[in-house]
Design a protein around this ligand. Sequence first.
Ligand code: FUL
Length: 488
Amino acid sequence: MASPLLCLAAAAALAAALLASTPEAWRPAATPPPLPVLPIPSAPQLKWQRREVIMFFHFGMNTFTDSEWGTGAEDPSLFRPAALDAAQWVGAARAAGASLAILVAKHHDGFCLWPSAYTDHSVRASPWRAGRGDVVREFVRAARAGGVDAGLYLSPWDRHDARYGKEVAYNEYYEAQLHELLTGYGSVSEIWFDGAKGKNATNMTYHFQEWFQTVKQLQRSINIFSDDGPDVRWVGDEKGFAGTTCWSTVNRSMITIGEAGIEKYLNEGDPRGRDWVPPECDVSIRPGWFWHKNETAKPLSQLLEIYYNSVGRNCVLLLNAPPNSTGLVEDADVARLREFGSAVATIFGTNLAAGSAARGSSERGGGFAARNVLDGRDDTYWAPAAEDGRRNGYWIELRRPPGSAGRPFNVVRIQEHVALGQRVERHAVYVDGAPVANGTTVGHKRLHRLPCAVAGGTVRIWIAARRGPPLLSAVGLHHDPFVEADSS
Ligand code: FUL
């Protein structure tokens, strides 16, 4: 007969085994996330937004003719980059912190950087690699090898091709080239449809709707850029600056592709917009988009200014670095990109709010605590209770631990969990009760550079949001040692 002690041990072992095999049964039911507020981003849009900095490479016939807009009459024999090395371009992109790089495969002059079967005006007619080269192929291979995703730009405006102006013939040509680029080179993460066109250019109706649908048929997780999206829209200037109010929500039907002078409208978006189309800020590291012998890269302070006014205003920064006529990004430009990438890493690598006690005006409960804003993750967030904040707004407060309260910061970072919609309409930041910054939208990321460093113990952010409670995924306090001027 078994002893009572042995029986007890067996019962305990059985209970332990049961617990281990059915752990779910013993957990309290989880609190579900709050409902999304439409529109919300698609998975590729969300991935794109979190990249924050991406690269542009303008390279082509203009590189050899010292121009920005070629006429289309250029002789392909001019294209002879003696030392083209796409891996060097990709290294430059990585140094800047970019995880996606977009190559201009054809600019307005119509010269194709890949041996297109549909035209003679391409690398095939050039002396480069004895006419057997393919810049697009070298670029996508180098990007893949370097862990960077590839994107392509195919100019609708074509000053070379005789079909331009003949609606069906040119649109067929353009579609055929889209097929070549989107089926021949593996995965393409972004395609750029440039709305630019000279004032006296031939009249031409582009079949944007057909092009967009073709692109989506050929590449499932691609983002399409054009003035009005459908996935990514133009911010409305080429300075790299977004407006201080910046919604990812717009009504696409209100934007006309190719319409100039619409910066203000594009910058502001529309809180009631039905379409999720976040803006991208394109800007060149040099004055021109293409390489010119006598131009140099912008100083670090200017690049950081651009970063604060693009990434820091809910946009993705598309930074152009033009390879030169030997086929390399100049050393000085690579050095500047590296300086920029490491400056951003230095500023944002340390969160001076780490270790703070976080408290919200209310909490939804479950896994949506205020302290989530400090865990460095995009997928966790503070959610207030649904009934909170409707009258006087919401707030979140960070009490810095005694040791770090004295460490000064001059940048405040606020991030919304935009996967469930963009909600914040107004916000203000207080340090120990004194206002230090305020603004309208937040979106994926809002950065405030303060006029001077502050060293308070309690930081409180007040938020007004009409479209459901704000969901904050991050709050950061940082010290920027590079620039002191305010831009926000
Ligand atoms: C513009 C073009 O006209 C420029 O040459 C450049 O490609 C820029 C990114 O877009 O619209």
